[in-house]
Write a protein that binds this ligand. Structure first.
Ligand code: NDP
Ligand code: AKG
Ligand code: MG
Length: 742
């Protein structure tokens, strides 16, 4: 057995996943220690990213390693083995809350300079901007994505189906999107015949040219340019609000302000200022003075007016209520606390929010706390249409049935910040004039007339990731003997360029006997759904945004949550990253822990990720024990699902910690029962027996702490000792695990 330098890098992230890690990792380490594998924690939490950005402000003891930088470099190592849990992609309000918490803990980090004026403030803003939004995933995802629900997970969903809301044929829920003036209607795209430098320029009406950005493009790289009209967007919002009001349907907005961290907060801000138009018209000047930023949601108004004299504040609050009264009802994030869809930009995130709504019979929560039909507004039409297709399908066919439906695995293009994912540094809010892309010799590759306030952006897609994506799709189709569809819209300039590549690169593979096709988004989703309700599987092969959308959409119908997905990123350089599920960090789970000490986070995604990580370790390092641990972990996970030892939503019942105990028990039993390595079996026999004999006692210890607030301090930067106490309350379990470490 080789035991040199075999390390799994396990990320420490935020919120629910980080709590779960505290309980799961000691179990994992007990097992991996027997195979000579080290499991190292790398902290990439929001708080840690903030701290590592300002080392000069901290004392020696306060300084932390830049975990993201470390892992980013590691992605280039063919031996990289990373387990990546979901992390917060922070909106500005979240980042500010994190900064405030760290400052209160004695870290002398600067405030977030919302309105940076001085050079120093601008420099601080630039540093913080690197932490905002999807700052982690694009750095680590140096490969394309392969996400699917393993057989055992599908079997579990069929045996223990999650609840599904009923769909009525009379449901008035629908998706609403722009029909003109959006990115879709203006997209232009080119493929570079040779490598070359280009400039993104703005030309004002007098002919003055401002270089916005210079890019070095690779041979074969696709470059897109597109614009969203501010005027058309605002008119569209106004129409949707009037229509919702007139027809008595609720209004909701679904964007991805976290991942599309430059363009979507602006879109979100327009929704806020249109919805609360009278408030912003009347108090605009004051808001400017106070530094209100509508892109941060209506909460920005509440925050900034807090310092005003009460009488002045009350007038503004009344005006806000006046708007709420004459506008349509708005979908709520928390109807008890009065938090609306437009409160902060990170509360309603389209990839999870639309599936949750569809799963719920097309209903969202209204101000009165009741589920209601809604107009789901997604201004950008490129991808919004697929949701209307699914809504129509559910109206006709009723809700999906998790006990009989098939599955939709996804092969997603995402390496090297492909497509919209990497557009942030090429996104601009423009003045009136022309935005254009020109080559070094001045040839204009594309251009758009723009008006003040328009959003213009460019997206890049490198050739190497596209080749790898096609390969991955063929492999997945072959391995699972399942039809694969490339979702490519022949109405889209970008997809036309991509289609040429796909057709070309498919020739490199033996596709004999495989069913591989190219369909528009609408055709693809309809075809897929027709098969789905007949219990048939269809692989979706998609670009980056659809990867994000579909790997929540279908899993949430099939499994109730995307956390149960196996999510692999085979890295271009040969390493492996194993993501846990496809869902997020579920902030409301933490609330439940704080209030009732019950964590309903399901770590199934972590179990699945760890099994493939160990399998890879076994193969790459010729470590048979890693292979045994992988196989036995898979078997243990299967048993856990069969026996329904997954966390319950209800306080007092089995939670995340109890579920981890059962994983440990079953895993130990599986290792003890295998016959490939008798020494290993003997070693885990004792642990298996101790855990089995103490099952009742351990479960009682794990349940005893539930029901009252968890004694935990901190949210973004929780005190690890207090988290440890909360997440590891069973002495019997802790002692048994410690004893079994090799
Ligand atoms: N890979 C990553 O790093 C990702 C990070 N994010 C980030 O996560 C945060 C929250 O995003 P949001 O869009 O609300 O998505 P979430 O996936 O966190 O939440 C949506 C819902 O999914 C369910 N859920 C998700 N994971 C689990 C789990 N492991 N166990 C049980 N239920 C689960 C819960 O639903 P229910 O109430 O029905 O139980 C939850 O309320 C944001 O900061 C976002 O940027 C989001 C996606 C991926
Ligand atoms: O990076 C993010 O912000 C979220 C990513 C995400 O939702 C996904 O990859 O499914
Ligand atoms: Mg997602």
């Amino acid at each position: 057995m080789t035991t040199t330098n075999q390390t799994i890098y396990y990320t420490l992230t935020d919120e629910a996943p980080s709590l779960a890690t505290c309980s799961l990792l000691p179990i994992v380490r007990t097992f991996t220690s027997a195979a000579g594998i080290d499991v190292k924690i790398t902290d990439i939490s929001l708080a840690s990213r903030v701290l590592s950005t300002f080392p000069e402000k901290l004392t020696e003891e306060q300084r932390v390693e830049d975990g993201l930088k470390f892992l980013g470099a590691l992605t280039q190592d063919p031996d990289a083995n990373i387990i990546k849990l979901p992390n917060i992609s922070a909106s500005i309000p979240q980042l500010k809350a994190c900064i405030a918490e760290l400052q209160a803990q004695g870290y002398d980090i600067p405030n977030f300079p919302e309105d940076a004026q001085t050079d120093e403030e601008k420099e601080i803003l630039a540093r913080y901007s690197k932490i905002l939004g999807s700052a982690v995933n694009p750095v680590l995802r140096e490969g394309n994505s392969d996400r699917r629900a393993p057989g055992a997970v599908k079997a579990f969903a069929r045996k223990f189906p999650h609840s599904m809301g009923k769909w009525s044929k009379a449901s008035r829920t629908h998706a609403d999107y722009m029909t003109d003036g959006d990115f879709f209607s203006s997209e232009q795209s080119i493929t570079m015949e040779d490598a070359g430098d280009v400039r993104i320029e703005f030309v004002d009406p007098a002919g003055n040219v401002e270089v916005k950005k210079e890019l070095s493009l690779e041979k074969g790289e696709i470059l897109d340019g597109m614009r969203m009209s501010c005027k058309a967007l605002r008119e569209f919002f106004e129409e949707t609000m009037n229509d919702a009001k007139e027809t008595g349907v609720m209004w909701s907005l679904h964007v991805k302000a976290t991942m599309m961290k430059v363009s979507h907060p602006i879109v979100f801000g327009h929704a806020v200022t249109v919805f609360y138009k009278e408030v912003f018209d009347k108090h605009g000047e004051l808001f400017k003075e106070l530094g209100v930023n509508p892109n941060n949601g209506i909460s920005s108004v509440y925050d900034k007016i807090a310092s005003l004299p009460r009488s002045q504040r009350e007038i503004i609050e009344e005006d806000i209520h006046e708007c709420l009264a004459h506008r349509p009802e708005m979908a709520m994030v928390d109807s008890v606390k009065g938090i609306t869809n437009l409160h902060v930009p990170s509360d309603v995130i389209v990839d999870a929010s639309m599936p949750a709504m569809i799963r719920n019979g097309g209903k969202m929560w209204g101000p009165d706390g009741k589920p209601k039909d809604t107009k789901a507004v997604m201004p950008e039409s490129t991808y919004a249409r697929i949701y209307q297709d699914m809504i129509n399908f559910c109206k006709t066919n009723g809700a999906f049935d998790p006990t009989t439906m098939g599955s939709v695995p996804n092969v997603g293009l995402m390496a090297k910040k492909a497509e919209e994912y990497g557009s942030h540094d090429k996104t601009f809010e423009t003045d009136t004039g022309v935005m254009r892309v020109v080559t070094a010799d001045g040839t204009v590759l594309m251009q758009h007339d723009v008006e003040k306030g328009d959003i213009w952006r460019a997206c890049q897609t490198k050739d190497e990731p596209v080749r790898d994506w096609v390969k991955l799709a063929v492999n997945r189709a072959r391995l699972s003997n399942t039809p694969a569809i490339f979702w490519l819209d022949q109405e889209r300039a970008h997809d036309l360029e991509l289609t040429k590549k796909v057709k070309e690169y498919l020739k490199d593979y033996d596709t004999e006997g495989l069913d591989i096709s190219i369909k528009s988004y609408s055709q693809a989703i309809r075809f897929t759904m027709d098969r789905l309700i007949r219990g048939q599987d269809t692989i979706s092969v998609t670009g980056n945004v659809l990867r994000d959308y579909l790997t929540d959409l279908f899993p949430i119908m099939e499994l109730g949550t995307s956390a149960k997905m196996l999510s692999i990123v085979p890295m271009l350089k040969g390493g492996g990253m194993y993501e846990t599920g496809a869902g997020g960090s579920a902030p409301k789970h933490v609330q439940q822990v704080q209030e009732e000490n019950h964590l309903r986070w399901d770590s199934l995604g972590e179990f699945l990720a760890l099994a493939v990580s160990l399998e890879d370790m076994g193969m790459k390092h010729d470590n048979p024990r890693a292979a045994i641990l992988s196989k036995t972990l898979d078997a243990a996970t299967g048993k856990l699902l069969e026996n329904n030892k997954t966390p319950s939503r209800k306080t007092g019942e089995l939670d995340n910690r109890g579920s981890h105990f059962y994983l440990g028990l079953y895993w130990a039993q599986e290792v003890a029962n295998q016959t490939e390595d008798l020494e290993l079996a003997a070693h885990f026999k004792e642990l298996a027996e101790t855990l089995a004999n103490n099952e009742e006692k351990i479960i009682a210890e794990l349940a005893a702490c539930q029901g009252s607030p968890a004694p935990m301090t901190g949210y973004y930067h929780a005190d690890r000792e207090s988290v440890k106490k909360v997440m590891r309350p069973s002495n019997t379990l802790n002692t048994a695990l410690a004893k079994a470490v090799k």
